[in-house]
Design a protein around this ligand. Structure first.
Ligand code: NI
Length: 272
């Protein structure tokens, strides 16, 4: 929808200047008759900035370009996605759970972590899971220039390709944040931008039961579930709770008749 190559941050900067000047004109009693034009422009500027920002951070809108966050389907399909790994021992533990239950998932990995643990990347691929690009350093892409965004995704694709022989064709920007330039780079590199529809804030470790309940309360046909096997590049926090929650989520959803698929498979259903 929004097809210009202007950065969100530049637009917000420009809007801030417009708001300040408008408020100043209002304060100096210029542009007050017949309506308070200065004040009106300032309010409009603030609202516009707010809307532009919301569209950059909310996972389910297409304002800056098409993103995939869930499938509209009558089939009982869901996709599990894990971000920020690989991160031992948790990624391995999640892979064990998935293997036991014969459930495929999609891993949006960080290039930096993948470079340290190519063995885990190979295991993810060998066990039938999908790999996705989650950038190299887990930085907010809204703050990077075009060339730096390209470096983040190209480096990550290279590390993954070095490990498994092919590069991913799906990407999830850190925090889901994107603007027109981020979307343009992804299109240029033929990477589909994948967000999510069900999240649980598992990254703050609220308890395995809480994580599972939040997910189970929101899941519907075609949901894309966001979980974290990693902890950014800090790699400090435990992911024990996510491992335990994954077990609960799979067992409960299987009992409800759901089938698990990769992001690619749920995308295909969406396109049909
Ligand atoms: Ni992340």
């Amino acid at each position: 929808m929004f097809e210009t190559n202007i950065r969100l941050i530049s637009m917000l900067g420009l809007l801030t200047i417009v708001v300040i000047i408008s408020l100043l004109l209002d304060y100096l009693r210029i542009l007050r008759r017949p309506v308070r034009l200065g004040l009106s422009v300032a309010i409009l500027g603030i609202i516009t900035g707010f809307i532009l920002t919301l569209n950059a951070v909310l996972p389910t809108n297409h304002f800056y370009g098409p993103v995939f966050s869930e499938s509209r389907t009558s089939l009982k399909l869901v996709a599990l996605t894990f971000d920020d790994g690989p991160y031992p021992p948790y990624t391995g533990q999640i892979l064990d759970v998935l293997k036991e239950r014969q459930v495929p998932a999609t891993f949006f990995v960080l290039g930096q972590n993948a470079a340290k643990h190519p063995d885990i990347i190979r295991r993810i691929a060998a066990e039938g899971h999908q790999l996705g690009n989650h950038t190299y350093n887990h930085v907010d892409l809204l703050k990077l220039d075009r060339q730096a965004i390209i470096t983040e995704i190209a480096q990550t694709n290279k590390v993954i390709a070095d490990a498994v022989g092919y590069a991913p064709h799906v990407v999830r920007p850190p925090h889901g944040f994107r603007d027109a330039v981020v979307m343009d780079v992804m299109a240029e590199y033929q990477l589909k931008v994948v967000e999510w529809s069900v999240s649980s804030r598992d990254w703050v470790n609220p308890g395995a039961e809480v994580i599972a309940e939040r997910i189970l309360g929101k899941v519907q046909n075609g949901s894309v579930i966001l979980l974290h096997d990693g902890d950014g590049i800090a790699a400090a926090l435990s992911r024990d709770q996510t491992v335990a929650a994954t077990r609960i989520i799979i067992d409960k959803l299987v009992a409800r008749g759901y089938q698990f698929v990769t992001v690619d498979e749920i995308l295909k259903v969406s396109e049909e």
